[in-house]
Design a protein around this ligand. Structure first.
Ligand code: R1P
Ligand code: URA
Length: 253
């Protein structure tokens, strides 16, 4: 196995060539696509859910590393990248909208997250907000608007689970624990835009440790209309969000 300076990612400080900004998608398959939009992309390592590439934007190094699904693996990726010198994290994901006016193909920029996860509690108590960094958010909004995407800015519900925590009944048991019954309607009434699964951990651990983080997602399904996304639209939406996150990184560097 190649040398590594950290426990899981399989990469060294030298591999990062001084990169202080990381783009962190959930899906390992997305990493190569993001790196390919930048200059001189190089594959660094792939271990478990963590695939890492390095590339350059305007001559400056950027690392792209997948987090896998959910808070625990996200906390590992962010911790180990921070140990290697990264200080700014831009998450790019897919998401399910819960407000009727948001359409599949739109883009959402998260200003803060409802902490429906467990991992964020290992970094800060529940009273601490899962809030995005202002400069990261500004860059993501500017990049999204410049791309022509219909952009929504606001609060995300970020859940440990895809099914009960996002109040899905189309499951094996068809059962949702009482704590989450009616929760989607409650979030809707509070103006929450969407569901995803990593931002609560990412934003809490970064805001509480002097790191910067922001989050953009492409809407692949609207839960008020349909439960299963369309595969072709999903690819296009993911690709639009990826273009936006790279442009936001350029603006931040
Ligand atoms: O597309 P990614 O970045 O994985 O994000 C979303 O998709 C996964 C669930 O299908 C969760 O990780 C959720 O946050
Ligand atoms: O509905 C959705 C879609 C993508 N990712 C989620 O976590 N939820």
């Amino acid at each position: 196995m190649a040398e590594s300076d950290v426990f899981h990612l399989g990469i060294t400080k030298a591999d990062l060539q001084g990169a202080t900004l990381a783009i962190v998608p959930g899906d390992p398959e997305r990493v190569k696509k993001i790196a390919a939009l930048m200059d001189n992309p190089v594959h660094l390592a792939s271990h478990r859910e963590f695939t890492s590439w390095r590339a350059e934007l305007d001559g400056k190094p950027v690392v792209v590393c997948s987090t896998g699904i959910g808070g625990p693996s996200t906390s590992i990726a962010v911790e180990e990248l921070a140990q290697l010198g990264v200080r700014t994290f831009l998450r790019v994901g897919t998401t399910g909208a819960i407000q009727p006016h948001i359409n599949v193909g739109d883009v959402l920029v998260t200003t803060g997250s409802v902490r429906l996860d467990g991992a964020s509690l290992h970094f800060a108590p529940m009273e601490f907000p899962a809030v995005a960094d202002f400069d990261c958010t500004t860059a993501l909004v500017a990049a999204a608007k410049a791309s022509g995407a219909t952009t929504h800015i606001g609060i995300t519900a970020s859940s440990d689970t895809f099914y009960p925590g996002q109040e899905r009944y189309d499951t094996f048991s068809g059962r949702v624990v009482s704590r989450y019954q009616g929760s989607m309607q409650e979030w809707q009434q509070m103006g929450v835009l969407n569901y995803e699964m990593e931002s609560a951990t990412l934003l809490t651990m970064c805001a509480s440790q002097g790191l910067r983080a922001g989050m953009v997602a492409g809407v692949i399904v609207n839960r008020t209309q349909k439960e299963i996304p369309d595969a072709v639209t999903m690819k296009q939406t993911e690709s639009d969000a990826v273009t936006i996150v790279v442009e936001a990184a350029r603006r931040l560097l």
